[in-house]
Design a protein around this ligand. Structure first.
Ligand code: SIN
Length: 296
């Protein structure tokens, strides 16, 4: 228990086919006894329940081909395609995230929740490690249920009907620069940036969202939040500043370190994440996101 909040959502927490080993007080569990290339429905059902309960689940030593990762992803829903980043030529469902020595920008290196600028943001993201630096390159996560629950009743009441205004590019917090400019000079990622065309990349979302499967409330914050819908900037900014800092308090976070063969699956309806840009070696990951529904 932290600040009167419970770290873990309700779940079965008794499993027949898998072993679930929490690795932080806030959330996050390693799942043992799974082979993602070959998983029966009963094992998958337990894995899904553990994922809803722990929000971030980590599976080590997996050997899967791109086709097998795509097949596993389909068990969670339809695959979402990033409006600003191309998938692999042979596997458009997978974005290959590559950082080479000397590259200056790291994909995902700010607190965010995936596709928050989409009217139906991504439900889940799965990242599979192929090559990792000898040290560094971890990903950290923050539990947005805990962040919501730790707000005072007064703050919750004041903000209960507030909507955020979210954008897919030119984030104010990064100085308003274009996405494409951030990747300029990056060896591999620069060529993946694309124009979203007619896709919707700006929208409003409830600041407090309800998880559609567990019913638990979460603070829905992330780097795509530009302001509060219908507020003057001077009114919204001090509250947003507080919420940005509050939402990623260390006691809400967990940290995943990667090895080749690690696959981590996170719930974008419950967590923010941040790829730590603290290395200068090759890192190569395969990332798939799953379509979600309209937040409420
Ligand atoms: C992401 O933000 O989806 C990428 C996270 C990472 O590369 O660790």
């Amino acid at each position: 228990m932290m600040d009167g909040t419970s770290a873990v959502a309700t779940g079965p927490e008794s499993y027949q086919y898998i072993e679930v080993i929490p690795f932080a007080g806030s959330m996050g569990a390693e799942i043992q006894g799974v082979d993602l290339a070959n998983m029966d429905d009963a094992t998958f059902d337990e894995l899904y329940a553990a994922w809803l309960c722990h929000h971030v689940v980590v599976m080590r030593d997996q050997k899967i081909t791109p086709d097998q990762q795509i097949a596993f992803a389909h068990r969670f829903g339809d695959i979402h395609h990033h409006p600003y980043m191309s998938g692999m030529p042979d596997y458009p469902d997978i974005i290959e995230i590559v950082k080479e020595p000397g590259d200056n920008y790291t994909f995902g290196s700010s607190w965010h929740t995936d596709q928050m600028f989409n009217p139906q943001p991504a439900k889940a993201t799965m990242l599979y490690a192929h090559e990792v630096p000898s040290a560094g390159g971890d990903t950290i996560f923050a539990n947005m249920h805990l962040a919501y629950e730790a707000l005072s009743d007064g703050m919750k009441a004041m903000l209960v009907d507030v909507k955020t205004w979210c954008v897919g590019d030119r984030f104010k917090k990064d100085g308003g620069g274009k996405r494409a400019d951030r990747y300029k000079g990056n060896t591999v990622m620069a060529d993946k940036v694309r124009d979203p065309g007619n896709l919707i990349t700006e929208c409003a979302h409830p600041l407090f969202r309800t998880h559609p499967e567990t019913g638990r409330k979460a603070l829905y914050m992330g780097g795509h939040v530009q302001t509060f819908d219908g507020f003057e900037e001077a009114e919204a900014e001090p509250i947003l500043d507080f919420l940005r800092e509050h939402s990623v308090r260390p006691e809400f976070t967990c940290r995943v370190n990667w090895e080749p063969g690690t696959l981590t699956l996170w719930d974008n309806r419950s967590v923010q994440h941040y790829a730590i840009p603290d290395y200068n070696e090759r890192r190569r990951m395969h990332r798939i996101t799953i379509c979600g529904d309209t937040p409420f």
